[in-house]
Design a protein around this ligand. Structure first.
Ligand code: 13P
Length: 234
C-alpha cells in the first residue's frame, strides 16, 4: 500500500483543519497521512484521520523553548512526524546530526518517521546529487537503521513549490540510490499534483508521495490518494 502524506507546512489553523478533515474521505487501499501545524494537531486527531507532526524534538522534556517532544505528540494521539524537511534545514539550522537525533527519539517513542533528503539545484548542476544524498541518507541509516517505522522522502529542493517535478527517470534513479543505502520505503516529494501523481507513483521504487501545496485542497489531495490506491490495487 502506498503512503501519501500531506505536508501542510504553515497553513491551516484548527478551524480550517476541522473543515478539511470533515470533508476528507480516505480512498480504500492507501495509507493517507495529514501533517498540520502543531496548533492544529488536536483538531486533526479528533477527526480520526492519521496525523503526523512536521517536526519533533529529541528530548522528552526540558528547557527547549518552542520545541515539542515525542511523548507529548504520542499523548495527543499523533502517529508520527516529518523530520529534516529541507525548509527546516534551510531556514532553521537543521543539520544531519540534529535530524538523526530527532529520528532516533521519535522511533524510540513509537512514532513513525518521514525523514526528508534532497539536493539543491546547484548541487545537482555541480554533479553532486549522489554525494549529497549519500551523506544525508547515511546519517539517517547510521542512527536508525532500516527501522520498520521509518520511511525516507526524496524531495529535490529545486522541485519544492516550484511547479517543476523530477522526471520519472530522475525519480527512479534517486530512489534506487537511496534504497541501495537504506532499505526502507521511499516517498517522492516536490510539486506532486493531481495530473502528475499517477506517473510518478508508478515508477519503480516510488512507494508514495509527500505532497505540499496540492495537499491543502481536499479535492486535489483526494485525487492524489485515489491515484495511489488505484496503483496499489493494480
Ligand atoms: P510542494 O508539493 O508544494 O512542491 O511541496 C513539497 C514539499 O515540500 C512536501 O514536503
Amino acid at each position: 500500500m502506498k503512503l501519501i502524506a500531506g505536508n501542510w507546512k504553515m497553513f491551516k489553523g484548527p478551524r480550517e483543519t476541522r473543515e478539511f478533515c470533515e470533508a476528507f474521505r480516505v480512498p480504500e487501499g492507501v495509507d493517507a497521512v495529514l501533517c498540520p501545524p502543531y496548533v492544529s494537531l488536536a483538531a486533526a486527531v479528533e477527526s480520526g484521520h492519521t496525523v503526523f507532526a512536521q517536526n519533533v524534538h529529541w528530548a522528552e522534556d526540558g528547557a527547549f523553548t518552542g520545541e515539542v517532544s515525542a511523548p507529548m505528540l504520542r499523548e495527543l494521539g499523533v502517529a508520527g512526524a516529518i523530520v529534516g524537511h529541507s525548509e527546516r534545514r534551510q531556514y532553521f539550522g537543521e543539520t544531519d546530526e540534529t535530524v538523526a537525533r530527532r529520528i532516533v527519539a521519535a522511533l524510540e517513542h513509537g512514532l513513525r518517521v518521514i525523514a526528508c533528503v534532497g539536493e539543491s539545484l546547484e548541487e545537482r548542476q555541480a554533479g553532486q546529487m549522489e554525494l549529497v544524498l549519500r551523506l544525508q541518507v547515511e546519517a539517517i541509516g547510521d542512527a536508525a537503521g532500516a527501522h520498520e517505522g521509518l520511511v525516507v522522502a526524496y524531495e529535490p529542493i529545486w522541485a519544492i513549490g516550484t511547479g517543476e517535478t523530477a522526471t520519472p527517470d530522475q525519480a527512479r534513479e534517486a530512489h534506487a540510490l537511496i534504497k541501495g543505502l537504506l532499505d526502507v520505503p521511499v516517498l517522492y516529494g516536490g510539486s506532486v499534483k493531481t495530473d502528475n501523481a499517477a506517473e510518478l507513483l508508478s515508477q519503480e521504487g516510488v512507494d508514495g508521495a509527500l505532497v505540499g501545496g496540492a495537499s491543502l485542497d481536499v479535492e486535489s489531495f483526494t485525487a492524489i490518494c485515489r491515484a495511489a490506491a488505484n496503483l496499489s490495487s493494480s
